[in-house]
Design a protein around this ligand. Structure first.
Ligand SMILES: Cc1cc2nc3c(=O)[nH]c(=O)nc-3n(C[C@H](O)[C@H](O)[C@H](O)COP(=O)(O)OP(=O)(O)OC[C@H]3O[C@@H](n4cnc5c(N)ncnc54)[C@H](O)[C@@H]3O)c2cc1C
Length: 379
């Protein structure tokens, strides 16, 4: 294992960086791609990146991907975030794609993964109004009937549901008294009668409530094994946390570079504001944190590739905790060091702050990551 990038990986990074600079490097370009910031996801960009082969980097060739590893996919996600590419649907889509890859029956893999590689988003629905951090307590249920499963219940905070063709639903198919038992993953097409999707207004993320009212899906929509939903979720945690970590690392790098550029050119009291020790010391700390976080994210992504079946609960939670907290802190520091300018839409730092503050909540909060790490220490 080496933390130095290979020539191929370096070339991947520079190609994505060039693409981002060319297609969405200016605020005007991003505004035009996103309906003046109304959407976070550009289908045009998705189609372009799909055509270039980037969306299937970690998906085997037979399903339409290029058969690379998670590390390459993470480098790509990191550069998307660094380049502010309006493709917010992709990190979640990639996480869900890996669940299909691991557990879905073959025909479903061809059905869903080929589209992911071409730029079609997909979604996962675990959270419910009464089940957030304690997600295993979920109550949305699917009853076995002659024609398949009849689903009833509500999911909330579901990213991509409004633009996805399928939702990977985690629901209860039997009551055993143990909340971790009796959960099942079903791949539900979003045009299923009885499924309703309503957007939730937030600070900057596109999420939805999803309601199921006697929604029927055939038996062959089971992903993996009936009743094994919890262990299947656990099996995907390395990938989920490392991908979120890569996204946050890209956001943190963006915040840092933009702040550094600003404090270097902005003068007050006759000198660049970055020369004041109150700011330069904090930037030195941020630079150190960035380098340490980069090494952590890249190291754990490579370790997952080396042994994809091995669970790394401590390391994966450390990646998620460290990178998302750093991204939030870097954006907050960016706003402060840019003064009034940091608060404007034009400079883009306030937008970065809105997008980074959710990183420490989504996919298991920082408090929950710390609990997991503490448990691995025997506490
Ligand atoms: C933008 C966004 C996108 C999302 N996308 C998806 C998605 O695509 N699919 C999906 O299924 N879900 C999604 N979620 C849901 C997300 O995973 C949950 O919001 C998250 O797990 C926290 O659950 P909660 O919001 O119910 O907070 P709660 O669980 O109510 O927690 C509230 C606070 O209490 C703290 N807390 C709770 N329990 C403990 C404890 N035991 N010890 C210490 N502190 C604790 C938490 O850390 C937090 O600070 C998304 C959420 C957001 C905001």
């Amino acid at each position: 294992m080496s933390l130095q990038l290979t020539d191929e990986q370096r070339s991947l990074v520079s190609t994505v960086r060039d693409f981002a600079a060319r297609e969405c490097g200016t605020r005007e370009q991003r505004q035009s791609l996103t309906g003046n910031g109304e959407q976070l996801n550009s289908f045009r960009i998705a189609a372009q990146l799909g055509e270039l082969g980037f969306l299937g980097l970690s998906i085997p060739e037979q399903y339409g991907g290029s058969g690379g590893g998670l590390f390459e996919a993470c480098l790509f996600v990191e550069e998307l975030a660094y380049g502010r590419v309006p493709l917010s649907s992709f990190p979640v889509t990639l996480i869900v794609a890996h669940s299909y890859l691991k557990f879905a029956p073959e025909p479903m893999k061809y059905e869903v993964l080929g589209k992911v590689c071409a730029g079609v988003p997909t979604a996962i629905a675990m959270s419910e109004p009464g089940s957030g951090s304690d997600v295993a307590s979920l109550t949305c249920k699917a009853d076995k009937v002659e024609s398949g499963y009849r689903i009833n219940g509500q999911k909330t905070w579901i990213s991509n549901a409004h633009i996805a063709e399928h939702i990977l639903l985690v629901c209860r198919t039997s009551e055993t008294g143990d909340k971790h038992q009796g959960l099942t993953m079903l791949s539900v097409p979003t045009d299923t009668p009885g499924l309703t999707i309503r957007p939730i207004q937030t600070l900057g993320a596109e999420v939805n409530d999803v309601y199921f009212t006697d929604a029927l899906v055939p038996e062959d929509r089971v992903v993996g094994t009936e009743g094994q939903g919890w262990s299947q979720l656990i099996a995907g945690l390395n990938i989920e946390r490392v991908i979120i970590g890569a996204l946050a690392l890209g956001q943190a790098r963006r915040a840092f570079d933009d702040t550094l550029a600003y404090v270097t050119q902005r003068t007050q009291f006759g000198r660049p504001i970055g020369s004041f020790q109150a700011l330069s010391q904090r930037l030195a700390e941020l630079a150190t944190e960035l380098e340490a976080t980069r090494l952590l994210v890249h190291d754990v992504a490579q370790r997952v590739d080396e042994n994809p079946e091995k669970l790394l609960p401590r390391e994966a939670s450390m990646v998620k905790l460290k990178a998302t907290e750093l991204a939030k802190n870097a954006a907050l520091e960016g706003v402060q060091m840019m003064g009034g300018m940091g608060y404007t839409q034009e400079a883009g730092m306030e937008e970065l702050l809105r997008h980074t503050i959710v990183g420490t909540i989504v996919g298991g909060t920082s408090e929950i990551q710390k609990d997991i790490i503490a448990k691995t220490l025997g506490l």
